[in-house]
Design a protein around this ligand. Sequence first.
Ligand SMILES: [Zn+2]
Length: 460
Amino acid sequence: MTDQASPRILVTSALPYANGPVHLGHLAGAYLPADIFVRYQRLRGRDVVFICGSDEHGVSILLSAREEGVSPRDIIDRYHRRNKEAFEKIGMSFDNYSRTSLPIHHETALEFFHDLKEQGVLKKKKEKQLYDEKAGMFLPDRFVMGTCYHVRSDGTQCEYTAAYGDQCEQCGNSIDPLKLIDPVSVLTGTKPAVRETTHWYFPLGDYQERLEQYVEEHAGVWRENVLQQCRSWLKEGLEDRPITRDLDWGVPVPTEDGSKKVLYVWFEAVLGYISSTKEWAAKQETPELWKEYWCKPDTRYFAFIGKDNIVFHCLMFPAILMAKGGYVLPENVPANEFLNLEGQKFSKSRHWTIDLEEYLENFPPDLLRYALALNFPETKDTDFYWKDFQARSNNELADILGNFINRTVHFAHKHFQGRVPPPANSTNAIVNSLPCSRPPRRVLHSRTKDVASARGSVEP
Ligand SMILES: [Zn+2]
């Protein structure tokens, strides 16, 4: 039954990168909270569509493919399939799980690009970039490494020697690759040259005022961490951002000089929510239905993300949608902090992780859903400890909840011929109608010593 009074609800979870397996930290961030929210809305009979999919472009996928000696397509096919399966097994109830390598996404992203170009929104700029002469290509983002040039607030130099061309993982600052000290091409190990290239830019600064208004309209509703991060970006002042890259992996854009350029992943990946909704609508032979959720102004849109995605979903994506016109903006962007693993950050490179599929090989889904839901990093980072997981599973689920159900079923068999009895006027009436108000002792003996401590909380 549908709740007619409520408008449509659109829920998206951040698109995971098809460059590695989803781990428990991801699950506690943008996925499980969204799934719980969606299941609640569905129980209320509301019209809700829940959208996700794999983000399959970007430099890291190219680098992984190079490392393994396989094609980027091999990488995305592998992780799209594995992550989709793991999400299904853990009970994520997406209405559609798409992928950004599909033609429907390329068409959607290019429609935005061409439309913004024709409207005169985008700017073309010449700029200098690092170029690997041996490999014959420009070196965007992580294709170049060098020493960090940032100065910390205490005046000391960061000087991290393995800083990437987009970000320094030691001080966390973003990097201008042209400023890197001793830059080296990741492809050939050679010192890159500087060459001129042309890129399209999105004028984020032009949307400063409208974004300030949009963010402040949600003060008191959005989480404090989300508001603070948005305000700090807005205070710094927004600037033009490039939306194209000199690469051959991604959504190709036409160029006048025949050079290979693709849309920058920050610009096109967020549009994956729209293309995934289009795919969902097409699958059920109502290809225009996606517009109900994206273009009707009374749609309520909730975008679940992790805290590393705040600026993209609260400022950049809304600005793109404002520029395009006719789309709803997120009403709320719940961003969780990070879940850590036994006191340390999840890290694929340091092998400090629990992949979702690895968990599922050993335990059933609901134990993890329960343990994580009680410990979501909603206002601060939290930790996953195996000891906690064990205690919650054994003490709370098996003993308290298991015992409660065991007893209820036992009562139903003993006193009501195994059927659910009709409801009485009050709890007392039921209790008083029973021959004894305590369950037979033997029901409690089905489990071991921990039952004793659980007993007090479940006995009538
Ligand atoms: Zn640094």
